[in-house]
Design a protein around this ligand. Structure first.
Ligand code: DAT
Length: 180
């Protein structure tokens, strides 16, 4: 049967993206607990479903089998009500998401968080560079409509509260505008 891409969802799908260490899982966990949305940690799901291919020695991370991962997620995403957490955003189908939040930090904050996580050498440098050169934000802008993308500062605990508030408001508006 043909895939019909624009069936209306009963609940929105939210993408939370940004460089590793910007605070995606901290934010997603809270949103999921409070709203009951389904938190999809893509790195974890990829691992659990054998969507990781060979290990990239230079970048010290596994290479993702994107097609296998996307196929496995399609049904869940079509149902809606998911909050997707991943440090990249360009290979997801655009139609999956109703909104994209890109978390941002300053370089020293990110550096300190990644050191605490045990990152060092090229991996540390690359991730800090990724944030400096706003790689994920540009990726989002190249992959999704500009009006779907919201940049959120994720440096302090106050920022976390503000970001949660913004997301709750956004969800509330979505339901007001998409009543069935
Ligand atoms: P990510 O999932 O993007 O890799 P994380 O949620 O694991 O990031 O957060 C990395 C670290 O930063 C973790 O120790 C919690 C801390 N953190 C996250 N958001 C924060 C915020 N708004 N203010 C202060 N610390 C924060």
């Amino acid at each position: 049967a043909p895939v019909v891409p624009n069936i209306k969802r009963d609940a929105p799908n939210i993408l939370i993206t940004g460089t590793p260490g910007v605070g995606k899982s901290t934010l997603c966990k809270k949103v999921a607990e409070t709203t009951g949305m389904n938190w999809l940690e893509i790195s974890k799901i990829a691992k659990e479903n054998n969507c990781l291919e060979e290990y990239d020695e230079v970048y010290q991370c596994p290479v993702l089998d994107e097609d296998k991962l996307m196929d496995g997620l399609e049904e869940t995403m079509c149902q809606g009500g998911n909050i997707v957490d991943y440090h990249s955003c360009e290979f997801f189908p655009e139609r999956w998401f109703d909104v994209v939040f890109v978390l941002r930090t300053d370089n020293t904050t990110l550096y300190d968080r990644l050191i605490k996580r045990g990152y060092a050498g090229k991996k540390l440098e690359d991730n800090v560079d990724c944030e400096i050169f706003q790689v994920v934000l540009d990726e989002a802008k190249n992959s999704y409509k500009e009006n779907l993308i919201h940049e959120l500062s994720s440096v302090t605990p106050e920022n976390l509260e503000q970001n949660l508030e913004k997301i709750y408001l956004w969800i509330q508006h979505w339901f007001e505008n998409n009543q069935t």
